[in-house]
Write a protein that binds this ligand. Structure first.
Ligand SMILES: [Zn+2]
Ligand SMILES: [Zn+2]
Length: 141
């Protein structure tokens, strides 16, 4: 795990951020909330310490999508940027697809596969979890 710094931005470029590793929980999330927030079939996320995430230009808008869950996005272009959850208050997740180079961090698991759209084919080598690793229904499927 390195302490490399990753840079990203929204579609219109008004919001820029940096996230400094180690990056945890690299995943594809198939949950309905991510799907609706992004208007996409799934969302790729990575997570860093909230202290290691910095908005370097512009200002994010926040949508509280569930109690204690805040999704950061650009109100000009609609790009989904971050996810934070009071239950994991030391973490902030950011969308891997908003990185300047989205190839530098690759998901290592798929979560909330119970919500996966039937026409989605994703990398079969990635472990799949019905919800999240460590949950009651933890058996990888
Ligand atoms: Zn934007
Ligand atoms: Zn999700």
């Amino acid at each position: 795990m390195s302490d490399e710094t990753y840079s990203g931005s929204c579609f219109c470029g008004s919001i820029k951020y940096t996230a400094t590793g180690p990056v945890r929980y690299l995943c594809l999330c198939h949950c309905e909330s991510c799907r609706r927030a992004a208007g996409a079939p799934f969302v790729a996320w990575g997570s860093v310490d909230v202290d290691n995430f910095e908005i370097t230009a512009g200002s994010m808008s926040i949508h509280e999508s569930s109690p204690g869950v805040c999704r950061g996005f650009c109100k000009q272009c609609g790009c989904s940027l971050t996810y934070s959850n009071k239950q994991r208050e030391k973490d902030i997740d950011f969308t891997l697809a908003s990185l300047e180079d989205p190839t530098v961090l690759a998901p290592t698991a798929q979560i909330y596969v119970v919500d996966k759209i039937s026409w989605i084919e994703t990398n079969p080598d990635l472990p799949q979890y019905p919800t999240v690793p460590g949950a009651e229904d933890n058996d990888s499927i």
